[in-house]
Write a protein that binds this ligand. Structure first.
Ligand SMILES: Nc1ncnc2c1ncn2[C@@H]1O[C@H](COP(=O)(O)OP(=O)(O)OP(=O)(O)O)[C@@H](O)[C@H]1O
Length: 279
């Protein structure tokens, strides 16, 4: 059974724009999955289906094997299981202070005050935003707002956390910290789904990668399988990870020696880019 699954999912916005064109996306409990694809591929649109914000034009979305029913009760249950962090934190953060914002979700779950306070504290600590409790969110930087938005979802303790471009707009250290946090949460059993353009950082952590292009899944597999398919990577406007990350991806888990699934030219270009950055 999959914790999140879409079956032949089609979606068209009310203005007629056909965005999702037969998506089969499957995530097992405990997996860390990354969705890659160019601007406008439909990644955000797909994610908005995972907790029932959007309803398929055709096909279905299943959470823990059950199709979402889109009545109020079913949606409450779905949203307890699947927490979605939006691409733009301004779409998510609205309370007068950071503390109140992070507390909003757990309070809505009807949790006791002490439990809410505990969760808020833990969530802000996890994202490195302790000390900002009483700040108005609109006084925070973009990266700080992103962390608060993540804290708001963490405080709900969902089983699955879906993050739309969590590292976009963060400085490199901030991006690594967020990925490390998500990696640690995943190791504790949380299922994580991330969309990203960051081919260097995210696939290093992912168990599975989907590549989306023009509303369709072009390729799915381990980071190693996906990044060995240079043609797909090129078609989806992506690039190979920089060589250091590439080696990490190729060597991940099985520790087998590197088998280059790339043309010599691709490898050379990666090495040159890497050296240019380092030297
Ligand atoms: N409310 C809407 N009404 C009509 N079309 C929309 C709406 N929202 C998004 N679209 C269109 O749907 C397509 C997919 O957009 P989406 O935001 O899902 O892509 P994305 O893969 O997340 O892109 P990015 O990497 O730029 O965030 C785009 O062509 C976009 O213009």
């Amino acid at each position: 059974m999959y914790i999140v699954e879409t079956k032949d999912l089609y979606f068209r916005y009310p203005d007629g724009t056909a965005v999702l064109k037969g998506i089969n996306f499957k995530v097992k409990k405990g997996e860390m999955v990354s969705l890659l694809g160019p601007n406008g591929a439909g990644k955000s649109t797909l994610f908005l289906h995972f907790n029932g914000i959007l309803r398929p034009t055709k096909g279905e979305v299943l959470i823990k094997g059950k199709p979402i029913k889109y009545d109020k009760k079913s949606l409450v249950e779905v949203r307890k299981t699947v927490g979605l962090v939006f691409q733009n934190p301004d779409d998510q953060i609205f309370a007068p202070t950071v503390k109140e914002d992070v507390a909003f979700g757990p309070l809505n779950l009807g949790l006791p005050k002490e439990e809410v306070e505990k969760r808020v504290k833990e969530a802000l600590k996890a994202v490195g935003m302790e000390g900002f409790e009483n700040k108005p969110p609109h006084h925070l930087s973009g990266g700080q707002k992103k962390r608060v938005a993540i804290a708001g979802i963490l405080a709900m303790q969902p089983e699955v956390i879906v993050l739309d471009e969590p590292t976009a707009g963060l400085d490199p250290v901030g991006a690594s910290k967020i990925m490390k946090l998500l990696y640690d949460l995943n190791k504790k059993g949380m299922t994580i789904i991330i969309s990203t353009h960051d081919v260097d950082l995210v696939p290093v952590y992912a168990d599975k990668v989907y590549v989306m292009y023009d509303g369709k899944i072009l390729k799915e597999g381990t980071p190693k399988e996906v990044f060995s398919d240079v043609e797909t990577i090129r078609k989806a406007n992506l690039r190979l990870p920089r060589v250091a990350h590439l080696i990490e991806i190729l060597n991940k888990k099985d520790n087998i020696p590197i088998e280059w699934g790339f043309t010599i030219g691709e490898v050379r270009r990666n090495i040159v880019n890497y050296l240019k950055e380092k030297c």
